[in-house]
Design a protein around this ligand. Structure first.
Ligand code: G3P
Length: 219
């Protein structure tokens, strides 16, 4: 499973890349707006840091013609860009046209198997199944992920399931168990994936015993 960082914050991206933890970055209009920098500048900087890697950047038009125009512009900024298109009728019209001209699309704001099915039929490169926002309203967000993975296997679609809207490490674990192709996580969740109190306790015990023994690596 590919792990992406869900942010437009350059420092978080540099840090996660230095850990060798990620194979890409996903952004969205809210994440980009938070950084207060020109969209093209920030996306191109992300593409230079995380390379090789898939970098998702989202269009903001709501009509197919406008989405296609914006997608062509965004895709021209770097070969690693995957264009994010929302799961709407106009969006799928745009995905169909863009995928036929070789522009990879990440269909976002997908919540149901039906939406994922339509995204796959349109030629989505990634299907971003949002889980956290479904959990936030007391439902089981991961159900649609499992169904989508099964659908793609059953019918031989080429689209990849990208688990998005991740709130905690268990979403990542469940994405792995579901056989998702990718999962995009906030920096905070990435940090949590490394942590376990028994690891910390174990390191302390090793070092205490080492100190007592007087053993050395050098000299
Ligand atoms: O960026 C796509 C998705 O991961 C954002 O989800 O619910 O954290 O805004 P959310």
């Amino acid at each position: 499973m590919k792990l992406f960082l869900d942010t437009a914050n350059i420092e978080e991206i540099r840090t996660a890349w230095s850990w060798g933890a990620i194979e890409g970055v996903t952004t969205n209009p809210s994440l980009v707006a938070k950084e207060g920098r020109p969209f093209k500048e920030i996306v191109r900087e992300i593409c230079e840091i995380v390379n090789p890697g898939d970098i998702s950047a989202e269009v903001v038009s709501l009509d197919a013609e406008g989405m296609i125009r914006e997608a062509r512009e965004v895709a021209s900024w770097h070969p690693n860009i995957v264009v994010k298109i929302p799961m709407t009728k106009e969006g799928m019209k745009a995905v169909r046209a863009l995928s036929q001209e070789g522009i990879r699309c990440n269909v976002t704001l997908v919540f149901t198997l039906a939406q994922a099915f339509l995204a796959a039929k349109a030629g989505a490169y990634y299907i971003s199944n949002f889980v956290g926002r479904v959990d936030d309203i007391s439902s089981e967000g991961m159900d649609a992920v499992r169904d989508t993975v099964n659908m793609i296997k059953e019918y031989g679609f080429k689209s990849q399931v990208l688990v998005a809207s991740v709130r905690h490490p268990m979403h990542v674990i469940e994405a792995l168990r579901a056989g998702a192709h990718a999962c995009t996580v906030p920096f905070k969740v990435l940090e949590q994936l490394y942590q376990h109190p028994l690891t910390d306790i174990g390191i302390q015990r090793f070092l205490a015993d080492w100190e007592k023994s007087g053993a050395k690596i050098f000299g």
